[in-house]
Design a protein around this ligand. Structure first.
Ligand SMILES: C[S@@+](CC[C@H](N)C(=O)[O-])C[C@H]1O[C@@H](n2cnc3c(N)ncnc32)[C@H](O)[C@@H]1O
Length: 277
C-alpha cells in the first residue's frame, strides 16, 4: 500500500508537471527527493503536500525549484571554446593590466560549478598559461554551487573517464592520477580551487572581486527577476574591466547591456564597463 509521504510526493510531482509542463518524473527519485528537500528546508516546509500548494501559487518558487532540478550535467572543458577564449584572449589582457597595477593575484569565480569540472578546467588553463612564463602570478579560483552533495564530490575530485573526453592525452597524464579506471585530480590543480556553498538567487554577493566569472548553463530556468539578481551579483563582484562568460544559448538581459558589454557574441563573453580600474 502506498504511504502518505509517497502519495504526497507523487502529488507534488504531478503539480510540478501541471504548472511547468516539465515532466520531472524522468529524473531519478532519490535525486528529486534530495533537490526538493533542499528547497523545502529553505522555506521551512515539512510536507510535500504543503510544498505543492506553495508552488501552485508562487511562480518564483516554482522557477527556483525547476532551476535546482536541472541536472548537474557537466564535463571538463565543456564546449572547449570558452576555455580557449579564457586562456588565449582574456588572460593576456588581464596580465597586461596586472603588470600596470603591480598586483599578482588573479581571481576567478565558477558560479554553479556542479561537481567541479569547470573550476578545475579553469585551473588547468591557468597552469598551462603560466607554464612558459617567468612571471609569478597566483590564481585563486572559487567554485560555488547550491548543491552540497556536488560540492562534497568536487572537493574529493575523482571523476569517471567519460568526463575527461575533451582533454588531451597529455592533460590527462599531467593533471590526473588513474585509480582503478577513475581519475583523481592532482594536488597541483586542487590547490588553486576552493569550493563554497552559494545560492545565486539570494541577494548576498560573494564579497570578493573577480577578474573573470564563469556562469554557464545555470540560470537557464531562472525567472527574469532571479536572473536580474544573479547578474547584479556578478556585476558587483567583478573588477572594472572584468569578464563574465555565460552559456552559449543564454541571452543577456537588455538592462545590463550597457554595463556588461559583449566582446565575443558567439562565446557569450561580456566585459564590465567601465573597462579601466
Ligand atoms: C548544468 S550544471 C552547470 C555546470 C557547469 N557550470 C557547466 O556549464 O558545465 C548547473 C549547476 O547549477 C547549480 N545551481 C542551480 N541553481 C543554483 C543557484 N540558485 N545557485 C547556485 N548554483 C545553482 C546546480 O546545482 C548545478 O550544479
Amino acid at each position: 500500500m502506498i504511504n502518505t509521504e509517497d502519495w504526497q510526493f507523487k502529488f507534488l510531482l504531478r503539480e510540478i508537471k501541471k504548472s511547468s509542463k516539465i515532466d520531472v518524473e524522468m529524473y531519478k527519485e532519490n535525486f528529486l527527493r534530495r533537490r526538493i528537500g533542499i528547497k523545502m528546508r529553505d522555506r521551512g516546509i515539512e510536507s510535500y503536500y504543503e510544498y505543492a500548494k506553495l508552488i501552485k501559487d508562487d511562480e518564483a518558487e516554482l522557477n527556483s525549484l525547476l532551476n535546482t532540478l536541472t541536472i548537474n550535467v557537466t564535463e571538463f572543458m565543456r564546449d572547449k571554446m570558452p576555455f580557449e577564449c579564457f586562456k588565449d584572449l582574456l588572460l593576456p589582457q588581464i596580465i597586461e593590466k596586472k603588470e600596470k597595477s603591480g598586483s599578482r593575484l588573479i581571481r576567478i569565480w565558477s558560479a554553479g560549478c556542479a561537481y567541479g569540472e569547470e573550476p578545475y578546467s579553469i585551473a588547468i588553463c591557468a597552469l598551462e598559461f603560466l607554464k612558459d612564463r617567468d612571471e609569478k602570478y597566483t590564481f585563486s579560483i572559487y567554485g560555488t554551487d547550491i548543491d552540497k552533495n556536488c560540492l562534497k564530490n568536487a572537493e574529493i575530485g575523482i571523476y569517471p573517464k567519460k568526463s575527461l573526453k575533451n582533454l588531451s592525452k597529455w592533460q590527462v597524464i599531467n593533471y590526473f592520477y588513474e585509480i582503478d579506471g577513475s581519475y583523481r585530480i592532482k594536488d597541483e590543480v586542487k590547490r588553486v580551487v576552493k569550493f563554497r556553498y552559494h545560492d545565486l538567487t539570494n541577494e548576498e554577493t560573494f564579497s570578493k572581486f573577480f577578474d573573470v566569472i564563469f556562469c554557464r548553463n545555470v540560470v537557464i530556468y531562472f525567472s527574469e527577476e532571479q536572473k536580474r539578481r544573479a547578474l547584479r551579483n556578478f556585476y558587483d563582484s567583478l573588477l572594472n574591466g572584468g569578464f563574465l562568460i555565460t552559456g552559449r544559448s543564454e541571452s543577456m538581459l537588455p538592462s545590463f547591456l550597457g554595463k556588461l558589454k559583449a566582446i565575443n557574441t558567439t562565446e557569450k563573453v561580456y566585459q564590465k564597463f567601465p573597462f579601466r580600474a
